[in-house]
Design a protein around this ligand. Sequence first.
Ligand SMILES: Cc1ncc(COP(=O)(O)O)c(C=O)c1O
Length: 394
Amino acid sequence: MIPAVLPTYNRAPLAFSHGEGSWLVTEDGRRYLDLGAGIAVNALGHAHPALVEVLAAQAARLWHVSNLYRIPEQERLAEMLVERTFADTVFFTNSGTEAAELAIKMARKYWYEKGQPERVEILCFEGAFHGRSTGAIAAAGSEKMVKGFGPLMPGFVHLKFGDHDALRAAIGPRTAAIMVEPVQGEGGIRVLPDACLKGLRDLCDESGALMILDEVQCGMGRTGRLFAHEWSGVAPDIMMVAKGIGGGFPLGAVLATEAAAAGMVAGTHGSTYGGNPLGCAVGAKVVEIVSEDGFLGAVQAKGARFRQGLEALVASHPEVFEAVRGQGLILGLKCRVPNTDVVKAAYAENLLTVPAADNVLRLLPALNIPDADIAEALARLDRAAGRVKADVAA
Ligand SMILES: Cc1ncc(COP(=O)(O)O)c(C=O)c1O
C-alpha cells in the first residue's frame, strides 16, 4: 500500500523533535551533529534565538497579505539585497525551483522585448541541478531527472562541465542566456574556477547573452562571501537564491539588473506566497546577521579549518576517500567506496551528512558552526571511515 506521504524520498529512519545550533535531537534524546543543515538551508543552525524572535514577533503581527498590496517587510529585504549585490531589483519566491522558473522567463522576455523573440535558448551544464519543476528538470537535463516526464520544455542546450570549446560553439543567434551554478551542489561539489566564470562573463558580453547564476545552494555566505560569484570579481545579470536566505523558512529570490528585468512588467509574473511578511522578516534577519562584521571572515576561517581536517582524513583513509572538494563551508569528500555507505556509517556515529552525485559526500554545516563542533565532526567522520573499512574487510 502506498504510504500517506508520497514515497519520492528514500528516507533514513530518523525523526527529530528539536534542534539547537548544529545539533538535532530525536524524541528519545539522541543527539546528531548536523553537517547537512537541511541541505544548506539552516544557515544559522537550528533555533537561532534571533530568528525565533523575529518569526514569533512577525507571527503575532501579520502572517500574510497579498502581493496586491505593498509589503514593507518585502521592500526592506529587497532593499537590503540590492544594497549588497549587483542587483537593482528582486522578486521573492518560496523555493529555488520557482526562482529558476522566473530566471528562465525573465531571460526569454528580455529578448522578446528587444525584438529578438528567436533568442530563447539557455545553455546549461552537465551535472547541474536547478529544481524539480518541468522547466528546471529540462534545464538540468540529466536522464535520472527527466526520464518519464516528457515532453520536456524545449530550448535548453546541455554542455559538458568545463568544455570551453563546446561552449563557444554553442553560443549563437538563438542564445538567450547561460545558466550555471558557481559551485555545483547536487552535482558533487564541483567549484567552477574563477577563470571560467570570468570567461563565461566575457562570452556573455560578446554575444549579448544574459548570465544567470544559480546560487541557491552556494550563495548566502556559504563560500565565505555573501555570494559565491564575488570571488571571481564578475557579476551576473540574473541570480537565483533560496535555501540559506530563509534560514529554514521557505524563501527564495531572483535578483536582477534593471536591464535584465526590463521585460517583467506588471502582470508578467506573480506568486501568492512569494515575499510574504513572515518569510521576509526572517530573511532580513538572516541577511543582517550574515552581513555583520566578521561573519563571512569566520566562515572562511571555519571552512579552512574544516578543509584542513578533511585533507588529513583523506590522507589517513585513502581506501575510503579520494579528495576534498569545495569552498568555504560547501565541502565534499570524493569517495572511493559508495558514498551512501559512508552516509550510513556516519549515521552510526550520530553524524548527518548528505550524498551528492559523482560519489561525493556533502558537508554543509551551519555557517556559524562552533570550532569545537568542527573538531567533533572530524572525529566522527574518522570513526565512520573506520567502520566502512571494517565492513569492507569483513
Ligand atoms: C543549485 C540549486 N538550484 C535549485 C534548487 C532547487 O531549490 P528548491 O529545492 O528550493 O526548489 C536546488 C535545490 O537543491 C539547488 O541546489
